[in-house]
Design a protein around this ligand. Structure first.
Ligand SMILES: Nc1nc2c(ncn2[C@@H]2O[C@H](COP(=O)(O)OP(=O)(O)O)[C@@H](O)[C@H]2O)c(=O)[nH]1
Ligand SMILES: [Mg+2]
Length: 264
């Protein structure tokens, strides 16, 4: 049964939003695009602006699309994610917290924020994570503030997280886009792990077993990207991001002003 809903009823449901006129909303959008730094603090601190009586898809403006990318280690995920960030604009990488030790040239704050177990557990107790998991005996987690940051910057967010984290996040943000990267075969994955020559034989064997476990979860993902060849996989990954950005539900705010020019 459909029924028309009163403004008051709708406002009560959206306590963190402010209903404004179309012209005020547009003025705000223009100003925040022109002066992003002045507005970012305001955006993250203030309630969302929502155009009165407009379909609910607009309530999430400024809209950040969450792209979740998972893959067993050795699948080429890190390379693909860094190529994606370098070639497609308006993407922000989600830097996770972890208790694992930095490797090689890893710099704190770039690939990860490296913290002690005590610090991580204190953050857990304060419920500071959007999602978290233990992987290979270490904690990994996405801080809640990261999504606010991406929204304030009006950028989309790219997360490199495992299948447990992907499941938690997709439950919280159903419109998140999930991509699983798959090596073309177990043999190729093994060869790639050996070619990295980072790990001993027993570690490689363990990673292959863990890969099989992760791969079992492929059905929970929206896209499965088979990484046969880097250039092709890179093109497909950026195509996924671009196509998702053209989804009607995500660009409703851009369509309206165009329709207005046609007086539709
Ligand atoms: N759930 C969750 N998993 C994460 C997070 N950050 C990284 N991971 C995953 O943890 C696993 C291990 O990552 P890493 O230590 O970089 O080793 P890698 O296997 O060589 O990439 C990978 O599957 C990552 O996707 C996070 O914040 N949350
Ligand atoms: Mg990694």
């Amino acid at each position: 049964m459909t029924r028309s809903r009163g403004d008051a009823e709708e406002d009560a449901e959206n306590a963190n939003e402010v209903g404004v006129s179309r012209s005020l909303y547009d003025a705000f959008q223009d100003a925040s695009a022109q002066f992003p730094s002045d507005f970012s603090a305001f955006l993250s601190a203030s309630p969302r602006l929502r155009v009165k009586n407009h379909p609910p898809t607009v309530t999430d403006l400024p809209m950040t699309t969450v792209f979740i990318i998972s893959a067993p280690s050795g699948s080429g995920k890190s390379t693909l994610v860094s190529r994606l960030l370098a070639t497609v604009g308006e993407l922000m990488f989600s830097v996770s917290y972890t208790t694992r030790k930095p490797r090689g040239a890893e710099v704190d704050g770039q690939s990860y924020r490296f913290v002690s177990r005590e610090d991580f557990e204190a953050m857990l107790a304060r419920d500071e994570f959007l999602e978290w998991a233990q992987v290979f005996g270490n904690y990994y987690g996405t801080h809640r503030g990261i999504l606010d940051d991406a929204r304030a910057r009006q950028q989309d967010l790219v997360l490199d997280i495992d299948v447990q984290g992907a499941r938690q996040l997709k439950a919280k943000i159903p419109e998140a886009v999930t991509v699983f990267i798959l090596a073309p075969s177990r043999l190729v994955l093994e060869q790639r792990l050996r070619a990295r020559s980072e790990d001993r034989d027993d570690v490689i064997a363990r990673r292959l077993r863990e890969a099989a476990e992760e791969i079992r979860n492929y059905e929970a993902y929206d896209y499965v990207l088979i990484n046969r060849e880097l250039a092709e996989a890179e093109a497909t990954l950026s195509a996924i991001v671009r196509a998702e950005r053209a989804r009607r539900s995500r660009i409703e705010d851009q369509i309206r002003p165009i329709l207005d020019t046609f007086q539709v």
